[in-house]
Design a protein around this ligand. Structure first.
Ligand SMILES: [Zn+2]
Length: 121
């Protein structure tokens, strides 16, 4: 019975289920971590690492699904743009540790939403 997972089509199915389960698990744990943890140096390091690693994971899955094609070029440039916007527009308040997300193409947020402290530019 366990050898069914070694067949290529079953292995792909198992891999996609694992990918979705890992995505949900990572989303829940990251939401809890970034909401409740107050060490902003650790938050910055973890945020940059997870953004880059998970973006590269999406590029890898996209390449596995689409191969080297025009659609992968479009998908990959979208993923790279999302990685850039996430790294560029996420700030952590030095006073209270709150994570602040800015929307791209709008005015820059200067102060923390929670405590009102000036954010680093
Ligand atoms: Zn704050």
């Amino acid at each position: 019975m366990i050898f069914l997972f070694l067949l290529p089509e079953k292995f792909g199915e198992l891999l996609s289920i694992l990918w979705i389960a890992a995505t949900i698990f990572l989303a829940i744990t990251c939401a809890l971590f970034f909401h409740f943890h107050s060490d902003i140096q650790l938050k910055r390091v973890v945020f940059r690492f997870l953004t880059i690693v998970y973006g590269c994971g999406y590029l890898m899955v996209g390449f596995m699904m689409m191969g080297a094609s025009r659609w992968f070029l479009l998908f990959g440039s979208g993923v790279m743009l999302i990685i850039y916007f996430n790294l560029r527009h996420t700030e952590f308040c030095k006073a209270c540790g709150k994570t602040t997300f800015e929307r791209p193409f709008t005015n820059k947020v200067n102060c923390c939403i929670k405590c009102g402290a000036q954010l680093a530019q």
